[in-house]
Design a protein around this ligand. Structure first.
Ligand code: FES
Length: 220
């Protein structure tokens, strides 16, 4: 090891976040990040979003489907077994309800509260805090357009307008055919590729208003 390398290692070891020597490695970027994340960032199909979400209304989702029966009763038991108390299990239980019904209605919040033996007001407070839980039905495709600073400077608001026009909806409404809901969101954490649009669980980057028809065309 050269004296320069030794000096660099000494400096690094003073960093309180230094986790120790990890040794040499020769993984490619694709091996580390997955092939979806490297190379050209495609408009047609996007890549997985940062947050795994199930915010959309699949055709087979029933807003009144039983929440805690059959396989879902088993899943709830598993969820409860992983947490020290029922309060701590609230987020994953809401997530399961979201998955089953497509959105979290006030009735669903009350049902979850009864099942977990929590105060209904507490459950409502939590469910309404996180924007990842939809509180009313949305279209099959939930189109979230970032209009935060980077995206704003690169035409995010025009992209938002283009999606509203192409889907024939108002912001937050469900299109007449039930397929689309377009909303404006804060930073999606991909500011280097503005404008960023999240459609269900995929990211579309560098989106320009003129790209919108082609993106919608590809959604099945
Ligand atoms: S500002 Fe749009 S992704 Fe961050």
């Amino acid at each position: 090891m050269s004296s320069e390398q030794t000096r660099v290692r000494q400096i690094r070891s003073k960093n309180p976040g230094f986790a120790g020597e990890t040794g040499e490695f020769d993984l490619t970027e694709a091996e580390i990040r997955g092939t979806d994340y490297v190379g050209k960032r495609p408009l047609d199909g996007g890549h997985p979003a940062v947050a795994g979400t199930l915010p959309y209304q699949l055709a087979e989702r029933d807003p009144e489907a039983p929440l805690f029966e059959g396989p879902y009763a088993e899943r709830l038991e598993k969820i409860l077994s992983r947490y020290p108390d029922r309060q701590a299990a609230l987020l994953p239980t809401l997530h399961m309800a979201h998955e089953i019904r497509g959105h979290i209605s006030p009735e669903t919040m009350d049902e979850v509260a009864r099942k977990l033996e929590l105060p209904p007001a507490y459950v409502r407070g939590v469910a309404t805090f996180y924007t990842m839980y939809n509180l009313r039905p949305v279209g099959r495709y939930l189109i979230q357009v970032c209009t935060n600073i980077s995206c704003n400077l690169c035409g995010g608001e025009e992209v938002m307008e283009a999606f509203l026009e192409a889907t024939g909806t108002e912001a937050g409404e469900v299109s007449a055919d039930g397929r689309f809901t377009v909303i404006e969101v804060e930073c999606l954490g991909a500011c280097g590729f503005p404008t960023v649009v999240q459609i269900n669980d995929r990211y579309y980057e560098n989106v320009k208003p003129g790209d919108v028809p082609a993106i919608l065309e590809k959604l099945k």
